[in-house]
Design a protein around this ligand. Structure first.
Ligand SMILES: [Zn+2]
Length: 174
């Protein structure tokens, strides 16, 4: 009798484990198809020497991504891009932003209300030029992308102000 109670307890415990709700957080506002997922794990960081980055990137890309440069407003390739697709890091091809989150901010740089997901970017306090800003970098390669401000549209009220030159746009195939 004691054995069967123990067995029932065991069954009850294992059953409760297998029926536990899936608590893995998922991003519900993104519409990702399988073909658009990042195919590499987010934890493998890329480190290259300045010479290696210089050889890989164009001078404009290198200046923005590796020297924290800023392209002049209204001069980049994507500030007025309304096509549907994804924006990848120009240095490491990580998917950073989607056209779903892009909006017309009028500031002259591509503006997004959210990144692709919370794992693709890092944030840093930036007090350069006498301003208090939050720098946004690519988590995988450390490349400078732009800054995030809190004057975006609801519901996030965020404006990720990103240099076109730090990204490569890939139009969604219809
Ligand atoms: Zn990157």
């Amino acid at each position: 009798m004691k054995m069967s109670i123990a067995l029932m307890l065991f069954v009850a415990l294992t059953t409760s484990c297998t029926t536990a709700p899936d608590t893995i957080p998922t991003h519900t506002t993104m519409t990702k198809s399988d073909s658009l997922k990042n195919d590499s794990t987010q934890s493998d960081k890329i480190t290259k020497t300045d010479q290696e980055w210089k050889a890989q990137l164009t001078p404009d890309q290198y200046h923005i991504l590796r020297e924290k440069g800023t392209e002049r407003a209204y001069t980049g390739a994507y500030w007025d891009n309304h096509a549907t697709g994804i924006y990848k890091c120009a240095a490491c091809s990580t998917v950073l932003f989607s056209s779903d989150q892009k909006f017309d901010s009028g500031c002259g740089w591509p503006s997004f209300s959210l990144p692709w997901d919370s794992t693709v970017v890092d944030y840093h306090v930036d007090n350069s030029y006498g301003m208090k800003r939050t720098e946004v970098t690519c988590k995988k390669c450390g490349g400078h992308l732009g800054h995030v401000f809190d004057d975006g549209p609801p519901p996030t009220n965020l404006r990720y102000c990103i240099n076109s030159g730090s990204m490569i746009f890939e139009e969604k195939r219809k």
